[in-house]
Design a protein around this ligand. Structure first.
Ligand code: B12
Ligand code: SF4
Length: 497
């Protein structure tokens, strides 16, 4: 990682409470703030000195973050927030504001994009919110700020200048928020520079054992946006519903750079839905298949947009794992989610993918609207029936800005403590469940049912080929126990469901 000594813009990720950090070390791993790295690359390309402090991955204390800011002396600090991290981000902004009153504090990411105006009216710590795709808006903002000689007060008072910048929220003279028109989405993603990973502690981002087949495995996005409209999904809040694709050639150029700079052997595609455009996928696979590449990769997609030929082609090109959001084993519940998939498509997709020699992760949501514990057990049975390599179970979390959030009260009770919106803690209790505790027990039951089957454990043991496999298996086991211990801490004494 390149240590930057002075920069006009500093992005900072914020960490969890001590307890959360401890839990994450058991159950999770650090992941790169790719959005910030993309923004940093864009700013650097336009001559703006930029740094990133990934405080979360570097396990920096709040005081260390302030020391770093003291050292770098940025004019702008950029924070990004998903819903569950809004509280910690606000605390961080508050401590920066207290110590560095002249720094402009800008918030980006999904929570800001969802709440826009109300954020500024309720949280004085933030100066500006950038909603939507950040590159164009943030650069315009920084350039306008520089033109004001980095004078925060003068800049924030120039409402005429601020209103010319697309995709931002600022306060007018009375403190009311003003939302400017959305900045146009970047049409040609190939015009964007590659993520500024040299500003990140890349050695910290080792995926979980079931998430890689070879190391170093590096995260990358080949597209932005998703054309589907699932009722629970907040993905499109920032990037919209139109799928924009980088050219396969441009993606491969970035992979070449990752091989050269970080020795990448595997790519972890973070795209929302990798197989929407078959022509694009086929071209990408063609290039990746060529021997020169020697890259393995994994990605996420939907069960209704794969077929056996495509999967075989993906396997040939190095794909070793696919993540499918299956969500439920009950068709009526899927229909309520506007998922637009059939259970038979889930069965077929998992079978075809397994047959192609690609590992599968099937993800399910527990405590959906209309669900009862009996229906959840049916979903667990479905997960066992379709035989994915791994199954993820999360609790239903109605994120603000989604149809699920708007309609949640028709189907159950909703807790509005956003700090708990992390997909592990139940915040939504459908009428079919007694209380949160019953949901936590169901989550734990689902995980144990899937992973503690003798046939599953035996299958894993039979596949051990090397010491590396043993180490991976042990780390995976530790992760699972971490999950279960965490849900145990959340729940009551009985495990009966
Ligand atoms: C990759 C990913 C992850 C990764 C890594 C996250 C990371 N380190 O960044 C993993 C798998 C670890 C993960 C975990 C979780 N995730 Co996630 N994740 C995503 C995903 C698919 C892509 C994010 C991404 O990198 N996008 C690419 C970049 C280019 O886009 P971007 O980050 O939005 O950045 C742009 C703008 O937001 C803006 N911007 C970003 N930062 C900043 C900063 C400033 C200052 C400015 C001005 C602008 C700006 O500009 C950027 C470039 O245009 C999104 C869905 C999506 N499509 O966005 C969900 C998503 C962000 N995740 C979500 C959730 C809920 C979670 C979890 C809580 C779920 C869980 N329990 O597993 C955890 C929380 C982890 C955590 N604490 O960070 C939700 C958030 C919803 C919400 N409103 O809170 C999303 C939207 C998916 C969903 N369910 O709808 N996630
Ligand atoms: S859940 Fe997946 S398919 Fe559905 S809208 Fe979100 S990203 Fe698209």
């Amino acid at each position: 990682m390149q240590l930057v000594e002075q920069a006009d813009v500093l992005f900072v990720t914020c960490s969890y409470s001590k307890d959360e950090a401890r839990t994450r070390q058991i159950i999770s791993t650090y992941t790169p703030p790719l959005g910030m790295a993309m923004l940093a690359a864009y700013l650097l390309e336009h001559g703006v000195s930029t740094a990133i402090a990934d405080a979360l991955a570097l396990e920096m204390s709040p005081e260390q973050v302030l020391e770093r800011i003291e050292l770098i002396r940025p004019r702008v600090v950029g924070l990004a927030s998903i819903t569950s991290l809004f509280g910690p981000n606000r605390r961080l902004a508050s401590s920066i504001r207290a110590r560095f009153p002249d720094i402009l504090i800008v918030l980006g990411g999904h929570h800001g994009a969802t709440f826009k105006g109300s954020i500024l009216e309720e949280t004085p710590e933030f100066d500006i919110v950038v909603y939507g795709e950040g590159e164009v808006s943030l650069l315009a903002l920084v350039e306008a700020y520089a033109a004001k000689n980095w004078d925060r007060e003068a800049f924030l008072a120039d409402l005429g200048e601020l209103s010319k910048i697309g995709g931002i929220v600022f306060r007018d003279a009375s403190g009311k928020s003003v939302v400017t028109d959305r900045a146009p989405l970047i049409e040609d993603l190939d015009t964007l520079p590659f993520s500024a990973r040299h500003l990140l502690p890349m050695e910290r981002y080792v995926p979980l054992p079931h998430q890689y087949s070879r190391l170093p495995a590096i995260h990358l996005m080949g597209s932005r946006g998703c054309p589907f409209n699932c009722a629970y999904c907040n993905n499109t809040a920032v990037m919209g519903r139109v799928l924009r694709l980088r050219s396969p050639e441009n993606i491969v150029m970035e992979i070449d750079e990752l091989k050269r700079d970080f020795g990448a052997r595997e790519i972890f595609f973070w795209d929302d839905t990798m197989t929407v455009n078959k022509k694009w996928l086929s071209r990408l696979c063609d290039i990746l298949t060529s021997e020169r590449m020697d890259i393995t990769w994994s990605a996420a997609t939907r069960v209704d947009i794969v077929n056996p030929e495509m999967l075989k082609m993906m396997k040939r090109s190095g794909c070793w794992r696919l993540f499918y959001g299956i969500e439920s084993g009950i068709q009526e519940l899927l229909d309520l989610l506007n998922k637009r998939t059939r259970l038979q498509q889930a069965r077929d997709a998992i079978k075809w993918t397994n047959d192609a020699g690609i590992e599968t992760t099937a993800s399910f949501m527990i405590a959906l609207p209309g669900e009862t514990p009996e229906l959840a057990r049916e979903t667990v049975r479905f997960a066992l029936e379709i035989k994915p390599t791994y199954a993820d179970f999360h609790v239903t979390t109605p994120f603000p800005g989604t149809k699920l959030f708007d309609e949640a009260l028709e189907y159950g009770r909703l807790n509005m403590d956003f700090s708990r919106y992390d997909c592990y803690e139940p915040v939504f209790v459908p009428f079919g469940y007694k209380d949160e505790d019953e949901i936590k027990k169901m989550l734990s039951f689902a995980k144990r049912s899937f992973y503690f089957r003798p046939s599953y454990i035996l299958g894993k043991l039979m596949r051990i080929r090397s010491f590396g496999d043993v180490a991976k298996l042990l780390r995976g086991f530790k992760t699972l126990i971490g999950f279960l211990q965490r849900s145990k801490r959340f729940q009551g004494t009985s495990d009966q469901v």
